[in-house]
Write a protein that binds this ligand. Structure first.
Ligand code: ATP
Ligand code: MG
Length: 568
């Protein structure tokens, strides 16, 4: 590609709308343009990267025996009513009606459509297993679209759905996908980690996520420093309490805490540590509000809480009116003593003594509170997020926390959709059996952002070889004045292109410094500079994007540097 024919616009300034570096660099390098909130156009250079991701994903899916199809983005409401998700899915689902006032949605995922295909196409166990996949556009009306293509509203996903006769079958289909995902992310050249995941909205049993590790990641990942345990913090279990609380040393007292509404302010006022306090959160329940009680320094885990019997899912904090009715006070002063609604205590509270709680009265707290005396000894549950240093489930080490970007997700769905929608086949005995399903997603567009989060420096992107829009850039110096440079650059361009490299020839009439800055911003791995000075000695200046300096090499040696990085 000649730069002069590529209509590429780069930006020097950091766009103010972009919070994280990958979003900034994608805008600056001209990969994407924003159309509206959470909607982006992929520009020609961006599409080159996107196609690389797709090609690797497609190759590995095909290698794993999956069959590519392409489903419509727009889906009829009836299918979603059959699965029960028309009512459950909530505002993430973009709903619309056609000219006949029939209802549709823009698919956020395709379980319903594929289950409809499967129930019509698959008749006999002899046709199984089948794994259908597509690379296709989804829409989710995200509450906070941000970080560019990492959390957009419209995005491209690879979604696959497997159909098996029985449980053993689905386990084997799942494992095939696991292996394919490992190969995909290895080939993409990304540092990633597989973690235990919540199966969330989609429902089902076993589920793992693939995370690209990056400080800007929206997810927290807990991993063990001694074994291979790794889990999304959403799912990481905390240990059950061991031992008894110390004997009470204080009497329970009610004290004034005017205007103190946070644990930090409370701890400061009383001169205690926050782990000597309890916080009581009032949330909506199935039959009226429910209290969740945690140690003051711990964070509530919504995914765990919303799975408790009687707690509303998705978790929702009770409104001030409900809190007032339940506790007799405005929010900020709730506490478990004398509370007449169901209360769940977190495991970590079990061994506490002489602690501080809200007094269910405005501007008042109780101190010196003890289980077995002021409160019944609780049956505790797992309610909090794990923290660094917590013991691991295997018991062999302690937990560390890292940030990750979810780029892939694999689920064993079981028969949730096939049962609801009657997707059955005949087994070897001629009996009807409901098929077992798995589903497997990869965020194609999100991967591009995630790759940049992991591969950049202050000057721009540093593409992994597998993703780069071009392998080599040729920067001629003074091409518009020197025929020798022009000829050498053109012949190098032809030669490399014929060898199968993707080459960007910067044939613009611009200063070298300007061209070099663009090269760094675009993140092309190899740069070859052609100049009159070096041509005299049959030399080129070579620099890898990760090198700190360029090297003047014989033409032949410079070309050798490119070997091995070609994608063909
Ligand atoms: P998240 O927790 O990030 O909202 P999810 O768990 O809801 O994602 P899945 O239903 O598992 O997403 O979708 C499969 C993959 O699609 C995700 O692993 C992710 O890579 C990608 N993805 C999901 N939502 C978005 C989005 N809003 N923008 C870009 N990619 C997305
Ligand atoms: Mg997911």
């Amino acid at each position: 590609m000649r730069h002069s024919e590529f209509a590429l616009n780069t930006l020097k300034e950091v766009p103010s709308e972009a919070e994280i570096v990958s979003h900034q660099l994608m805008l600056r390098a001209g990969l994407i343009k924003r159309l509206a909130s959470g909607l982006f156009t992929w520009m020609p250079i961006g599409v080159r990267v996107l196609r690389k991701v797709e090609a690797i994903v497609r190759e590995e899916m095909n290698r794993a025996g999956a069959l590519e199809l392409l489903m419509p983005a727009v889906q009829p409401a009836e299918l979603w009513q059959e699965s029960g998700r028309w009512d459950q899915y909530g505002p993430l689902l973009l709903r619309m009606s056609d000219r006949h006032e029939r209802e549709f949605c823009f698919g956020p995922t395709h379980e319903e459509v594929i289950t409809d295909i499967a129930r019509k196409e698959l008749r006999s166990y002899k046709q199984l297993p089948v794994n259908y996949y597509q690379i296709q556009t989804k829409f989710r009306d995200e509450i906070r679209p941000r970080f560019g293509v990492m959390r957009s509203r419209e995005f491209i996903m690879k979604d696959a759905y497997s159909f098996d006769l029985d449980e053993d079958g689905v386990i084997s289909s799942y494992e095939k996908m696991y292996d394919a995902y490992v190969r995909i992310f290895e080939r993409l050249g990304l540092k990633f980690r597989v973690v235990i995941a919540d199966s969330g909205e989609i429902g089902g049993n076993r589920s793992q996520e693939f995370h690209v590790l990056a400080d800007s990641g929206e997810d927290a990942i807990a991993y063990c420093d001694a074994d291979d345990y790794a889990s999304n913090v959403e799912m990481a279990a905390t240990p059950e309490p061991e031992g008894e609380p110390a004997a009470p040393a204080q009497e329970m007292q009610t004290i004034d805490t005017p205007g103190v509404k946070t644990i930090e302010a409370l701890a400061e006022l009383l001169g205690v540590r926050s782990d000597q306090t309890l916080k009581t959160l009032i949330v909506d329940g199935d039959d009226g509000p429910v209290a969740l009680v945690l140690r003051g320094d711990h964070e509530l885990n919504a995914v765990k809480a919303q799975k408790l019997d009687g707690v509303a899912s998705p978790l929702n904090m009770a409104d001030p009116g409900t809190v007032f009715k339940a506790t007799g006070s405005e929010p900020g002063f709730a506490g478990p003593v004398g509370l007449a609604i169901p209360v769940f205590f977190d495991h970590a509270t079990a061994t506490m003594s002489d602690f501080v709680v809200g007094a269910n009265e405005k501007d008042k707290h109780h101190t010196g509170v003890n289980f077995g005396r002021d409160l019944p000894a609780p049956d505790t549950v797992d309610l909090r997020n794990v923290v660094e240093g917590d013991p691991t489930p295997g018991g062999g080490g302690t937990l560390q926390i890292a940030r990750g970007i979810e780029v892939g997700h694999i689920f064993q769905l079981g028969d949730k959709y096939s049962q609801a929608m009657g997707a059955k086949v005949l087994d070897a005995d001629g009996k009807e059996r409901v098929m077992q399903m798995g589903c497997y997603g990869i965020g194609i567009t999100r991967i591009v952002g995630a790759a940049i989060e992991q591969n950049h420096d202050e000057n721009g992107i540093i593409w992994p070889d597998a993703l780069t829009p071009f392998d080599v850039s040729i920067v001629p110096i003074n091409m518009h004045k020197s025929d020798a440079v022009r000829e050498a650059a053109e012949s190098l361009y032809r030669e490399l292109t014929n060898m199968g490299y993707e080459v960007l020839l910067d044939d613009r009439d611009a200063r070298p410094g300007f061209k070099f800055a663009d090269c760094e911003l675009l993140g092309i791995p190899h740069r070859l500079v052609v100049s009159d000075r070096n041509l005299k000695n049959d030399e080129l200046e070579y620099r890898h994007r990760r090198d700190s300096e360029s090297a003047t090499l014989k033409r032949e040696d410079a070309l050798k540097k490119l070997n091995g990085s070609r994608i063909s």
